[in-house]
Design a protein around this ligand. Structure first.
Ligand SMILES: Nc1ncnc2c1ncn2[C@@H]1O[C@H](COP(=O)(O)OP(=O)(O)O)[C@@H](O)[C@H]1O
Ligand SMILES: [Mg+2]
Length: 597
């Protein structure tokens, strides 16, 4: 995927078109206002010419042509009146289209896989979306309401020139226009690379800034502020260079455009002056030609600027579209039915999995959790335990084998229904930067306050929350960093309790808790696990002795399985681990006794 892949104007407009078409009524009315404004605009010099000629040719110049004066005033007013009217009518279309597109990108970002998000830098993605949103409305505004009307105005002026004066006027005007447009397009195309480079640098700088600020604590721990500044500055330097180049080339463009207009104007006035001298043109005609050209040069200059802006908007939008075009790795099968849970039997059938095909993580993992039973998985860190949970949630698809819930392959059912059926207390809990209440209620946003508090009580965090000055309204900070690891874990437990899913996954759910708190919560967890199919990934073996079955995972393979007693009797890896942890516990409690004494 190449983020700076150029997109053609037409393909972008085609994608925006359905949104605009929905508002065709408004677009039409706005265009009508615009045509009226342009007609008024062209009418002004015409009335002016009549006025001058009336004053110049009338035998008594003191006779004021009242009608013409009034017409002049009315036309002047109409130009801005109609412009404003069309702005009012069109504002809704612009705002709505931009909203629709941005929402679509946001929805799409949520539909993309975990793999995509792990590879992406949030700051960069956010910037791309933000720029794309602004650019969408700019693009529509400019193409529909500046380029088209300007072309219309040019055509109008040209036809008046043709009708009134000899062909040389039209020829000079057209030659100026062609030269101007050709020059503008060529130079703008060439300049776009600098604009694109500036954008890329800007996105990169933003990604680095966000990443650096998210790691605020780490930066301080290592005293690496200077290193961070240097990294950020490296991106800023690129941005600076690209911006300066972009400005320099803009000057070239502007000078060239002005030169072409000046040449055309001079040539036309020369023709008009000759005409007045020869008596074939009136003074009014001379003024008219001048006014027309000046009037044309404004939208022409505009056209140049707008063409540039449109190109820039396209570049901003194309980055957003690149995000939209990112294929969904995990997708619902067409017409996938929702998962039907009856009991909730989970099966992993000969599952192989690798995040990266060069490094297999799970190998031939095969097990069954009968409905309502509890299966525990233990093993060294990196063995692939959390990966089992991610696969069950279908964050990734298995490489071989299959995972079923009540006999339904999870790839054949809707992801939303699958995820609604499973609750997880993850290994690392990240919270929303909002209140504790919000974070617990997130488990089931329509839960009542009583239910939220009951869940907090069950997770043994109610007392702690009550002790805070702001209670449930306490803000947890960015990613929940104002809470300790154990507190976050209990919030995570509370919100999973609130969700009341048919299946449960505890991924080292109590690892951040001290032994006493863990014991207290363990009873609650056991209570909610009762009757529910539960997958427990455990660090402390003492927490899983009651599991119906225990798997020992090593390097992605199941090396032992059985109940606690069976595994102890086998005297294998599990028995070793158990002995080790028992000894550690004895030492720890021995130490505690010494301290107390
Ligand atoms: N998104 C990822 N991309 C690549 N490798 C990963 C990813 N997530 C985890 N891994 C690797 O997969 C292995 C298993 O991870 P995990 O299931 O989290 O282990 P654990 O048993 O400690 O829970 C680890 O070696 C880890 O480095
Ligand atoms: Mg893990």
């Amino acid at each position: 995927m190449n983020p700076s892949r150029p997109t053609s104007t037409w393909s972008v407009l085609r994608r925006l078109w359905p949104d605009v078409w929905r508002y065709r009524g408004r677009v039409g009315v706005a265009l009508a206002f615009l045509v009226a404004a342009k007609l008024a605009n062209v009418g002004v010099p015409l009335v002016m010419k009549e006025l001058i000629d009336a004053l110049d040719l009338a035998p008594r110049p003191l006779l004021v042509p009242l009608g013409l004066l009034l017409a002049y005033g009315a036309l002047r007013l109409s130009t801005s009146l109609f412009q404003e009217l069309r702005q009012i009518v069109f504002a809704r279309v612009l705002a709505r289209t931009s909203r629709n597109i941005t929402l679509r990108v946001f929805e799409h970002l949520h539909a993309l896989s975990l793999r995509f998000h792990l590879d992406r830098r949030t700051g960069g993605v956010a910037r791309d979306v933000e720029r794309g949103m602004g650019a969408t409305s700019d693009l529509l505004d400019w193409t529909i309401y500046t380029i088209l009307p300007t072309l219309f105005e040019i055509a109008l002026v040209c036809s008046i020139l043709i009708a009134r004066f000899d062909w040389t006027f039209t020829a000079i005007t057209l030659a100026t226009l062609v030269a101007y447009i050709a020059f503008t397009f060529t130079v703008t195309e060439w300049r776009m690379r600098f604009y694109r480079a500036a954008n890329t640098a800007d996105t990169e700088a933003n990604a680095r800034a966000v990443d650096s600020l998210l790691n605020y604590e780490t930066v301080k721990y290592f005293g690496n502020e200077r290193h961070e500044f240097a990294r950020y500055d490296a991106s800023l330097v690129k941005y600076e260079e690209a911006t300066v180049k972009s400005q320099k080339t803009l000057a070239v463009l502007n000078i060239g455009q002005s030169g072409i207009i000046a040449l055309g104007l001079t040539a036309l006035l020369w023709r008009a002056a000759v005409g007045v001298g020869a008596g074939t043109m009136t003074l009014g005609d001379f003024v008219l030609v001048n006014a027309f050209l000046l009037q044309l040069s404004i939208p022409l200059n505009y056209l140049g600027m707008v063409y540039r802006q449109v190109k820039q908007a396209l570049i901003n939008i194309e980055r957003m579209f690149v995000l939209l075009d990112e294929a969904r790795e995990v997708e619902d099968a067409p017409g996938a039915p929702p998962l039907a849970v009856h009991g909730g039997e989970v099966r992993f059938e000969h599952v192989d999995f690798a995040y990266d095909s060069a490094r297999p993580i799970l190998r031939d993992v095969d097990f069954r959790i009968p409905a309502g039973h509890t299966l525990a998985v233990v093993g060294t860190t990196g063995a692939g335990k959390s990966t089992l949970a991610r696969l069950l949630f279908r964050f990734y698809d298995v490489s071989a084998g299959r995972i079923t819930i009540d006999g339904q392959d999870i790839r054949a059912v809707g992801q939303a229904s699958l995820r609604a059926a499973i609750g997880i207390v993850p290994q690392d809990t990240v919270l929303f930067n909002d209140t504790i209440y919000y974070n617990i209620a997130y488990g089931r946003p329509d839960a009542s306050r009583e239910e939220v508090i009951a869940a907090a009580k069950a997770a043994h965090i109610h007392g702690f929350i009550e002790s805070l000055p702001h209670g449930y309204d306490t803000n947890v900070g960015e990613r929940g960093l104002k809470l300790s690891g154990g507190e976050k874990q209990r919030v995570a437990i509370a919100r999973t309790l609130l969700k009341r899913p048919a299946l449960l996954v505890f991924d080292e759910a109590t690892s951040a808790l001290d032994t006493r708190t863990e014991k207290g919560i363990q009873a609650e967890l056991a209570a909610i696990a009762r009757g529910r199919t539960t997958l427990v990934i455990a660090h402390r073996l003492s927490t899983i002795v009651d599991a119906d079955q225990i798997l020992v995972l090593e390097h992605g393979r199941i090396v032992e399985r059985g109940t606690h007693e069976q595994l102890l009797a086998e005297g294998g890896r599990y028995a070793q681990l158990w002995a080790l942890q028992q000894r550690e516990r004895a030492e720890a409690s021995g130490a505690a006794t010494v301290v107390e004494a």
